[in-house]
Design a protein around this ligand. Structure first.
Ligand code: ATP
Length: 329
């Protein structure tokens, strides 16, 4: 990873997530925020981009045989360089216009524990998309900056960046990361757990977008303990079907998912030097990322660690906002 201080000022920064791609410009802030998706025709033979971002999301699980919707990242890391460079080219073009995009230098967020091969793949995709000399920034660091943590002070701060594909836990102090761990689960794994639960317990098939809608609906209704209506296909009658599920049923699914995250936080706390631990006891834990709002996650972290837990303002935008501040430094 290159040092930010050695960088000739980049003009844009990219939060390239498993679920969403966000671009910020130094002088204008957030200028692009769309799903990380591309739809191709004839992907295996001669791939042709049909749609990207929001337009591609409308096509998920609705494509005919010749078309396929692809995600460039899975579990926080790049899996498909071609799709990634197509999406970056589309996003940078949409955000900046074609002429400008070809000359742009960029800062790109990357998981703190990404391997060298994963970092190289991301840089190759950026280069293929026409971006010059991209520089990588660890996402938990960017998230902390975006959430307003004074990262350069000699004081420990514990950040849990809860994304769609990966959850990263980091203790920061003096402008660096002292202890980091990640677990390759996030909001997408929770959507899958909800899908599996309905399949096995209610004999009902639902799509990925429905699972995500159920999760978000549950976030809103849980405090009122309201039941949720779910629509899908019955595995018994094989036809369209709807049913009502109680918030308590989803509590159980979410509890199992959140346990993997609390375990990772426990490992980080166990590996944190005593002076930093003292700071964490006073300041608690800060949750960032779109999945920070997941019900029970905050409660379970509080119960498991005994530390106070806060959710950042606009948690899903913390990485992008942090990258924006780093562009201005
Ligand atoms: N209100 C909500 N309740 C629960 N989950 C939510 C809510 N809003 C968004 N999410 C989830 O947040 C995730 C997206 O968060 P974010 O944009 O931070 O991820 P990302 O940066 O694309 O992923 P990653 O960093 O893991 O690669 C999705 O899984 C989405 O379902």
């Amino acid at each position: 990873m290159l040092s930010i201080a050695s960088w000739k000022r980049p003009e844009i920064a990219i939060d390239f997530g498993s679920a969403n791609l966000r671009i910020v410009r130094r002088d204008a802030g957030l200028i692009f925020n769309e799903p990380s998706l591309c739809c191709f025709a004839d992907f295996k033979t001669m791939p042709r981009l049909v749609a990207a971002g929001t337009a591609a999301q409308a096509m998920v699980d609705r494509t005919p045989g010749k078309m396929t919707v692809r995600r460039p990242l899975r579990r926080g890391v790049l899996q498909d360089i071609h799709t990634a460079s197509e999406l970056l080219r589309y996003a940078v073009g949409a955000a900046l216009g074609r002429r400008l995009s070809r000359k742009s230098r960029a800062l790109i967020g990357v998981p703190a524990d990404a391997t060298q091969a994963e970092c190289r793949a991301l840089l190759t995709a950026a280069d293929d998309a026409g971006l010059r000399a991209a520089q990588l920034v660890p996402e938990p660091f960017a998230a902390a900056v975006g959430a307003g943590v004074r990262v350069h002070e000699p004081r420990g701060a514990l950040i849990v960046e809860c994304g769609a594909g990966i959850t990263e836990v980091a203790v920061l102090s003096l402008g660096g990361m002292c202890v980091t761990r990640s677990v390759r689960v996030g909001g997408a794994a929770l959507d899958q757990a909800i899908t599996d639960y309905l399949h096995f317990e209610h004999k009902m098939l639902i799509g990925r977008q429905t699972a995500e809608r159920i999760k978000k609906g549950y976030t809103e209704r849980r405090c009122r303990q309201e039941a949720l209506e779910v629509k899908g296909r019955s595995l018994v009658s094989m036809g369209p079907h709807s049913l009502r599920i109680d918030a308590a049923e989803l509590d159980h699914v979410i509890g199992k998912h959140a346990a993997r995250i609390t375990e990772t936080i426990g490992e980080v706390l166990n590996g944190t030097p005593p002076e930093l631990s003292r700071d964490l006891h006073m300041d608690g834990i800060l949750l960032t990322g779109g999945s920070a709002a997941t019900p029970r996650l905050r409660e379970m972290i509080e119960q498991h660690t005994g530390l106070p837990v806060k959710i950042a303002d606009d948690p899903s935008l913390c990485v992008a906002q942090g990258l924006h501040r780093l562009l201005q430094d």
